[in-house]
Write a protein that binds this ligand. Structure first.
Ligand SMILES: *Cc1c(COP(=O)(O)O)cnc(C)c1O
Length: 381
């Protein structure tokens, strides 16, 4: 099956007991057994739930993975990967990272004896320098959030594997429609399905996709032992979301490209960060490893003050001022005071995240309404 067909069908068959075309929401905590141990693979819903199984099959297919494991949130999915490591292990992570991932690594896992090196992995030489004898995992995110830097997944995976480390890629921003990390050599793909996969800003859910049987076992063990599982209704909502993933992402990318062109020409706009721009430092790698450049756009204002950025953001009407991304509706936010507020200011600035940076998550509305909205707000600042 090709990608669009997988979006609609993978993991799902009409319900065997009724023929229901949509996967039922199995609201049950336990399953009847014919005799002790004689059942159809479902015993207790922390371990398995049929709605979740359908979602896991769907997401695995989209990423070209043999296994999919769903979690209660993107952060819980990241957490489950980290729990597959042991005290004394070392992790190298990109330094331009989702704020919650940075917080989990530094404020939770450092206390449990994992050590982390954060490096600018846009230069693969920095990975070689950061690797240690005990490095077990390399954590990548590309495009990065919110600076939209591009990491060369294939190159970094080669370097990590040569040193005996596994590679996880947070593919939330790109979605499997635009980028397939497993095909580029990664061992694990992590998603916040809260974003594009769900796509309607109505659910929190995460997943890890892998073709490695050993990692699948480790993750399944985490599901059973630490229990951060999504409820069946949440699984249903994401399953419904992925049915239109290809349509939504295509439209959002087309809108983003037009907004980038508008911003790049605007006299009050400073830098526009978008991997689709030939001037973007990661453009050539992005062109190689992505089908399109995504629908997240960051930019700065020539008037580089926080107050000006705040003023602009409170004056849009179609763009809603809110955290998160990847829904059908367009959002605008200020990373330094919102999504990335938990990263210390000096660390944030050292990574190149200026205080006046604005991030857009471009949705699927009529692009002219989005441009008019930004234009009117820019006129007031
Ligand atoms: C939102 C997000 C997460 C965390 O996911 P939740 O579903 O909010 O727990 C992780 N990585 C990236 C890139 C995200 O945008």
């Amino acid at each position: 099956m090709r990608f669009a067909t997988q979006c609609v069908h993978a993991g799902q068959t009409p319900d065997p007991s009724t023929g229901a075309v949509m996967t039922p929401v199995y609201f049950t905590s336990t399953f009847a057994q014919r005799a002790p141990g004689d059942h159809d693979g479902y015993e207790y819903a922390r371990v398995h739930n049929p709605t979740r199984t359908a979602l896991e099959g769907n997401l695995a297919a989209l990423e070209g993975a043999a296994h999919g494991v769903a979690f209660a949130s993107g952060v819980a999915a990241t957490d489950a990967v980290l729990k597959g490591l042991s005290a004394g292990d070392h992790v190298v992570a990109t330094n331009d990272l989702y704020g919650g991932t940075y917080r989990l690594f530094t404020q939770v896992y450092e206390r449990f004896g994992l050590t982390f090196t954060f490096a600018d992995l846009t230069d693969p030489a920095n990975l070689e320098a950061a690797l240690q004898a005990n490095t077990k995992l390399v954590w990548l995110e590309t495009p990065t959030n919110p600076l939209l830097r591009i990491l060369d997944i294939a190159r970094l995976a080669d370097i990590a594997h040569a040193a005996g480390a596994d590679v996880a890629v947070d593919n939330t921003f790109a979605t499997p429609m635009l980028q397939q990390p497993l095909a580029l050599g990664a061992d694990l793909v992590v998603h916040s399905a809260t974003k594009y996969l769900g796509g309607h800003s109505d659910v929190i859910l995460g997943a890890v996709l892998t073709s490695r049987d050993d990692w699948n076992e480790r993750l399944r063990f985490q599901v059973k032992s630490t229990g951060a599982v999504p409820g069946p209704m949440d699984c249903f909502l994401v399953l419904r979301g992925t049915k239109t993933l290809h349509l939504r992402v295509e439209r959002a990318c087309a809108n983003a490209e037009k907004i980038v062109a508008f911003l790049a020409d605007h006299p009050k706009v400073g830098a526009v960060l978008y991997p689709g721009l030939p001037s973007h430092a990661g453009h050539d790698v992005a062109k190689r490893q992505m089908a399109r450049y995504g629908a997240i756009v960051s930019f700065t204002l020539k008037d580089d003050r926080v107050e000006t950025a705040h003023a602009l953001m409170s004056r849009t009407n179609v763009f809603t001022l809110a955290e998160s991304l990847g829904g059908v509706e367009s959002l605008i936010e200020h990373p330094a005071s919102m999504t990335h507020g938990s990263i210390p200011a000096d660390v944030r600035r050292a990574a190149g995240l200026s205080d006046s940076l604005i991030r857009l998550s471009v949705g699927v509305e009529d692009v002219q309404d989005l441009i008019d909205d930004l234009s009117a707000a820019l006129d007031t600042v």
